[in-house]
Design a protein around this ligand. Structure first.
Ligand code: FES
Ligand code: FES
Length: 224
């Protein structure tokens, strides 16, 4: 027969069954668990109340509204722009609404159409999915910054015109920025490769064949 009082020698772990099983106190050297818990809670409350009375509670962390403007500095098309923005502002909204460069278009605002493509340190990024704060310290180039200082169009802009690679034109700034990066990345080796690496830029007017021709032509001109 199992001896339930085998650990009673040290006073720990003995289940008290004297009240017929309804009581679940664990004797700990003569102090029941219920009494132990009661006295612990009481002392904790006493300390807390005393601390409160003395004004010693930890101060609540200061709450800062995300709408509070945060100073930012962006380099766009070689120009430094100082702004104070809600920290949640996208790069797209910073460019269009705060700097006034509306050449970059807002299509879906969800990273699915490519209309908002700009270059960040030469790499294409979706400005609708990039926080303006993340663009600090990087060189941003938009469609407005692609032409030369004398106003001469970038070869990619010129070939889009030459090949009639747009209809309504809404997707065109994003297409051109993406195409410039596509050539720079070395991903314009064939029509199939261009289509693959330009697949993130949608055109509702379905100018895809002309866009591929424009990129192929511009690639040759950019490499000479
Ligand atoms: Fe950015 Fe559509 S507006 S991907
Ligand atoms: Fe109209 Fe591309 S030219 S969406």
């Amino acid at each position: 027969m199992h001896d339930t009082s085998s650990s009673a020698g040290n006073g720990v772990g003995r289940r008290d069954t004297q009240d017929g099983g309804g009581r679940d106190d664990l004797a700990t050297g003569g102090v029941s668990r219920r009494n132990f818990l009661t006295s612990t809670v009481a002392s904790t409350m006493t300390v807390t109340l005393l601390d409160t009375a003395r004004g010693q509670t930890a101060p609540a962390p200061a709450r800062v509204s995300p709408r509070q403007p945060v100073p930012l500095s962006l380099t766009v098309n070689g120009q430094e722009r100082r702004l104070a923005l809600d920290v949640r502002t996208s790069l797209l909204d910073a460019l269009r609404e705060h700097i006034g460069l509306t050449g970059t278009k807002k299509g879906c605002d969800h990273g699915q159409c490519g209309a908002c493509t700009v270059l960040m340190d030469g790499t294409r990024v979706l400005s609708c999915l990039t926080f303006a704060a993340m663009a600090q310290g990087h060189d941003i180039v938009t469609i407005e910054g692609l032409a030369g200082p004398d106003g001469a169009l970038h070869p990619m802009q010129q070939t889009f015109i030459d090949h009639d690679a747009f209809q309504c034109g809404y997707c065109t700034p994003g297409q051109i920025m993406s195409a410039v990066a596509c050539v720079g990345e070395g991903h314009a080796g064939s029509d199939a490769e261009i289509r693959e690496y330009m697949s993130g830029n949608l055109c509702r007017c379905a100018c895809y064949p002309n866009i591929v021709d424009a990129i192929t032509d511009a690639k040759a001109k950019m490499e000479t």
